[in-house]
Ligand binder design. Structure first.
Ligand SMILES: [Zn+2]
Length: 144
């Protein structure tokens, strides 16, 4: 299902040039992070790595990642922040410590499980929102 052009224009105008590849990657099923070509450190996101005094913007590249990590911290949202989200609660807002290092803010897909805990293994769970044309990088409890 494709969204109207005016909606796609609104959605694409929300993102600046630097973060746009991340959202395009999600559409194609890839969870991308910035990586520095010099020191190979991953970021979400970063336009200039502080590893070297003569680092340049060209040292940074978008690369596919495992899409896996562990719950670094979380909070369970019991009251919907807006009426349209009423059917979503309770859900868990989480910080994921990705295998590549960065901490990524997102939410757990579906309802928050009773046994949610810091350190639980999670993996990316891409969710297309047809009304906006966006693919959201939610996470789910890892299958293995
Ligand atoms: Zn670096």
């Amino acid at each position: 299902m494709s969204s109207p052009q005016w909606m796609q224009d609104v959605v694409s105008s929300r993102f600046d040039h630097d973060i746009f590849p991340f959202w395009e990657g999600l559409k194609e099923g890839h969870f991308l992070l910035n990586r520095c070509r010099r020191c190979e450190k991953h970021y979400w996101p970063m336009t200039l790595c502080p590893c070297s005094d003569d680092a340049t913007f060209e040292d940074m590249e978008w690369v596919p990642t495992s899409g896996r990590g562990t719950i670094f911290s979380y909070g369970v949202v019991m009251r919907a922040p807006q009426p349209a989200w009423q059917s979503e609660v309770p859900y868990a807002a989480i910080l994921v410590e990705l295998e590549e290092g960065p901490i990524f803010p997102t939410r757990l897909s579906g309802r928050a499980p009773d046994d949610i805990a810091i350190g639980l293994a999670v993996e990316v769970d891409l969710q297309l929102v047809p009304e906006t044309g966006l693919t959201l990088p939610l996470f789910k409890i890892a299958s293995t």
